[in-house]
Design a protein around this ligand. Sequence first.
Ligand SMILES: [Zn+2]
Length: 172
Amino acid sequence: MSVNTFNYCPICGSKLIKKEIGDEGKMAYCDTCNKPIFDMFNVTPIIMVINEFNEVCLLKQNYISKTFLVFISGYLKKYESVEEAIKREVFEETGLTVDKIEYHLSSFHEATQTLRLGFVAYVKKQAFHKSEKEVDEIYWFDLVEAEKYLNPNGFSTQIYLSYRKKTSNWNW
Ligand SMILES: [Zn+2]
């Protein structure tokens, strides 16, 4: 049983049964509410922000990593679209306004039960207004230089490489 699987209905509190549903096989099901109860997980957009000078926005967030710089990230709020969440998070953390959003790839992070969605967001270069609470430092780095500040085994590097691959004519 994984951590975020329900045994009891989160709406009415009834004990859930296992029921055969379509192609999904046996699923947790509430007989009182008459609906399947899906596992819970978080959705986190991870956003590589880039400006018209090909500079990448990197954050120092000590609560996330003391070693590496990171991209902007956040959790989706209920009723919010992913696009709205991205614009909100980028603005909250950096003060920048997103002009265009481009989806790249996703990855499920088991330890935090989080589906991570990798995006590139395009902005015009402007002064930062950083979040005092969540962001310790904030920088623009040249696209090529930015790679060495990222965790080489992290999801941010996957987004970075996906972007490089897409925007270069090199043979990768
Ligand atoms: Zn129920």
